[in-house]
Design a protein around this ligand. Structure first.
Ligand code: SF4
Length: 488
């Protein structure tokens, strides 16, 4: 079959495939369409003729996309969506049906299909939705089409059959063995995308984003992917497969400066992390890497990570209040996270700290505690976000049920530039308070002369001049955001 996979056109720089809400990132970040890329790889491996188009990175308009689809003449068009872009993405498929060919099979996928399947599948322009871990679901669907099998047997899809909606059961989450069968996503990027279009504010540029495992067993109440996409069951690629992909990047993409491991929590199984690091060292694979980490790693593991090429870890500290950490089920205490930060720095790693203002129970005192916490632990880079309740999460249900959600539709969760807006307001801590605290913390940290010392320290500890370049770029984007922001 001929299949066209699309990251649909929308706002300039819109990150649809980020692990949180779809937004235009303040630091200029542009993620790969990772899930679409994995799907592309697996469909090609099965012998289909596949084209992957990232309309955001390519700055394609809807007209450009329609022209390209007319030329390619696919049997199937697959578009990924996110909550804030859902209306736009459905409209894109509608236009494709209307202006190209009504007979094209349209598939919408991404987190909204996990939460609003009825609302989406009832639209005439959508033939199929592929729910949750959709690369394998779509592979199974295309296999069934190629074999003329009954679509009833394809787990994970809902589809329109002569105006009757058929709701198949969810697909079992993938297994570790299945993850090893996936082609290297880095090779898919190389073939279908321009690697230089993608940028992570914390990573050396150019970078590659890969998964080495999927799923997270933790229950953080605000977190979307385990709920809406990846699931909670842990499954891991073999160390051999991961190291082989690192080797592939070194040999075939020599201009790439860093590999970012996108797993929910790469560091969950310490022994596995250590085995990976030893294998990297033994095989003398020289490339810088970084990952998401939980603040519960020991010094020995952190040191081994550094030795094997790890430069930076992204840590979800979230809040400086233990009460808030408890209420969101983070499963980490402030004391644990402080000790971890000391260890990470002593091991020579850069720390990128993620913080959130506006979680349940937030007050001026807890926001101040978060600011004090940041000043004390001094992460090399910080990201402070307004708390965004994402449909499907316990946090969303909480604010919705208590009347703290200020919008009816997630399209209102971003402004006209795609920047994140605050959409919760509590009786004692308003929407304005949340926005003011976010900006106050960012300004206090980045506009503080001490940041120069942290920055220089980071340059020496981390990626040298390349790290400096990426922090300066993020700084320029941040100042631009501050310039546009009205909150003080
Ligand atoms: S540990 Fe990270 S990925 Fe897992 S639920 Fe919490 S925030 Fe989400």
């Amino acid at each position: 079959m001929k299949i066209y996979l699309l990251n649909p056109p929308f706002l300039d720089g819109f990150v649809r495939c980020g692990r949180w809400q779809g937004v235009t990132a303040r630091g200029g970040t542009l993620d790969y369409p990772k899930w679409l890329a994995y799907t592309t790889g697996i469909l090609e491996k099965e012998g289909n003729s596949v084209q992957l188009r990232d309309a955001i990175a390519n700055k394609y308009s809807l007209t450009d996309v329609i022209e390209e689809i007319k030329n390619f003449n696919p049997d199937i068009v697959i578009a990924e969506s996110n909550f804030s872009s859902l209306g736009n993405d459905i409209n894109v498929l509608q236009e494709i049906k209307t202006k190209v060919n009504q007979k094209i099979i349209t598939i919408l996928t991404g987190p909204p299909t996990a939460v609003y399947p009825e609302k989406i599948i009832e639209r005439d322009c959508i033939d199929v939705i592929a729910r949750f871990e959709y690369d394998f679901v779509i592979r199974d669907f295309v296999r069934a089409c190629n074999n003329h099998s009954d679509l009833n047997s394809v787990d994970g899809i809902w589809y329109n059959d002569n105006r009757m909606v058929v709701k198949n059961k969810d697909r079992q989450l993938s297994t570790s063995e299945e993850l090893d069968e996936l082609p290297f996503v880095s090779a898919v990027y190389q073939k279908h995308l321009n690697i230089r279009n993608y940028y992570l504010s914390q990573s050396l540029y150019p970078e590659i984003q890969i998964f080495t495992g999927r799923g997270c067993p933790f229950m953080c109440s605000f977190c979307s992917w385990p709920e809406n996409l990846m699931g909670r069951k842990l499954r891991f690629r073999s160390i051999g497969s991961i190291v082989a992909e690192f080797q592939y990047v070194v040999e075939n993409l020599p201009f790439v400066k860093e590999i970012f491991i996108e797993d929910d929590t790469f560091t969950l199984q310490k022994e596995r992390v250590r085995t990976f690091c030893r294998e990297m060292i033994n095989r003398k694979i020289k490339i810088t890497w970084s990952c998401n980490a939980r603040a519960d790693l020991d010094f020995e593991t952190l040191k081994l990570m550094k030795k094997s090429g790890c430069r930076l870890i992204i840590v979800g500290y979230e809040s400086g209040s233990d009460e808030i950490l408890k209420s969101i089920k983070k499963g980490i205490t402030i004391e644990q996270a402080k000790q971890f930060t000391v260890n990470a720095k002593n091991a020579g790693l850069l720390v990128h700290g993620d913080f959130i203002i506006g979680l349940p129970g937030e007050t001026h005192e807890t926001a101040q505690a978060t600011l004090n916490y940041i000043k004390e632990i001094e992460p090399d880079i910080i990201q402070v976000a307004v708390a965004t309740p994402i449909p499907g999460t316990a946090f969303y249900d909480y604010v919705k049920n208590n009347g703290y959600l200020t919008i009816d539709d997630m399209s209102e969760s971003i402004d006209e530039n795609g920047y994140q807006k605050c959409i919760v307001s509590y009786p004692g801590f308003s929407k304005d308070d949340i926005e003011k605290w976010v900006n106050r913390i960012l300004k206090t940290d980045y506009l503080n002369p001490r940041y120069v010392i942290i920055f220089i320290r980071g340059v020496f500890r981390g990626g040298g001049l390349d790290h400096a370049k990426c922090v300066v770029k993020a700084g320029i984007d941040f100042l631009e955001y501050i310039g546009k922001s009205k909150a003080g």
